[in-house]
Design a protein around this ligand. Sequence first.
Ligand code: CA2
Length: 147
Amino acid sequence: MHSILILNGPNLNLLGTRQPEIYGRTTLADIEEMCRTYARAIDVEVAFDQSNHEGDLVDALHAARGTHHGVILNAGAYTHTSIALMDAIKSVDLPVIELHLSNIHARESFRHHSYVSPVAIGLICGFGARGYTLAMDALVSHLEKDT
Ligand code: CA2
């Protein structure tokens, strides 16, 4: 059975509580529940995590090697700043899907650059919470290609 890590970065713990016009009213706990329900439906194992700390996200990526078959990463604002996350993704040699709730290309120009995109297998953005299950489908399809 495929095992997927869904990893969330800084401030995503605030989802549903502030700026609903950008990020919606769904909380991260709601998204986790949605992902767990969907994982059961498509028969995959899922781990769900969030950290506000760059080094913890790097550690979680390192730990994913040998534990999970792929990663869905919403790196939050570290997407646009973190060479450390880019290097970690490269080093673990796991398929990573970059995910954003909002369409980062329709927002401020500083969100148009991503350090994750060059080392991800693909990018899903702009579909809100639904993006998480879209990313699960995309990652499972990618993993099934190799089996
Ligand atoms: O659209 C996304 O998923 C982002 O990764 C969210 C990040 C942002 O920096 C990226 O450019 C795009 C921000 C997450 C902050 O989430 C909040 C939620 C509620 C209230 C305040 C922040």
